[in-house]
Ligand binder design. Structure first.
Ligand SMILES: NC(=O)c1ccc[n+]([C@@H]2O[C@H](COP(=O)([O-])OP(=O)(O)OC[C@H]3O[C@@H](n4cnc5c(N)ncnc54)[C@H](OP(=O)(O)O)[C@@H]3O)[C@@H](O)[C@H]2O)c1
Length: 157
């Protein structure tokens, strides 16, 4: 099962200066609960931004897949040079944790989505790509003063 997980503001901002524009304890908890210790795919830029939070280089995922066409080796990680064929052939649970370039490719392969809606605008330079929830149904949500934490599943045809 392929899960995409992201947080975005009211204008679909997801990043600014290679960082999250916000810090919400509840969103971090949601991310930890559903992404930590899982097999995770991320783009190289997201990997670099995560190193700020994990300077030892040890990210909290069981397997780490980093999409890059330039890098050939990263310690403790698998390099994915073709995201599409990786997703087409992946047969296990996987969480896709960004960023925008990787979400754009992975949306077609998503079985479920965990979206945190941040209910106010932030300054940002990276936006979530165009997407549709037409083939997904909302199965769970939780509201917080400035957030809605959601879970959608793809509707089976
Ligand atoms: N709010 C959230 O939930 C959230 C989550 C994650 C990230 N973010 C934010 O998003 C921003 C980063 O997103 P981004 O879109 O700039 O970068 P990104 O998606 O994290 O990484 C882009 C990199 O992935 C590689 N890549 C792209 N397409 C590929 C393909 N088809 N096959 C193999 N490799 C491919 C390239 O690496 P090379 O250049 O090495 O070839 C490219 O530079 C940051 O600000 C971060 O904080 C936010």
């Amino acid at each position: 099962m392929i899960t995409l997980m992201w947080a975005m503001d009211v204008n679909k901002v997801i990043g600014n200066g290679q960082q999250l524009p916000w810090y919400y304890k509840e969103d971090m908890h949601y991310f930890k609960t559903h992404a930590y210790h899982k097999k995770a795919l991320m783009g190289y830029q997201t990997y670099v931004s995560m190193l700020k939070y994990f300077p030892s280089g040890k990210l909290p995922f069981s397997d780490i897949y980093i999409a890059s066409r330039k890098q050939t080796q990263i310690e403790n990680a698998f390099i994915i040079s073709d995201v599409k064929s990786f997703l087409e052939n992946f047969n296990d649970d996987l969480i896709v944790i960004g960023g925008a370039q990787i979400y754009k490719i992975a949306l077609d392969y998503a079985d479920d989505l965990r979206i945190t809606y941040v209910l106010k605008p932030y300054v940002g330079d990276t936006f979530f790509p165009k997407y549709s929830l037409d083939t997904f149904k909302l199965v769970d949500y939780k509201t917080q003063p400035e957030l809605i934490l959601t879970h959608y599943e793809r509707v089976k045809k």
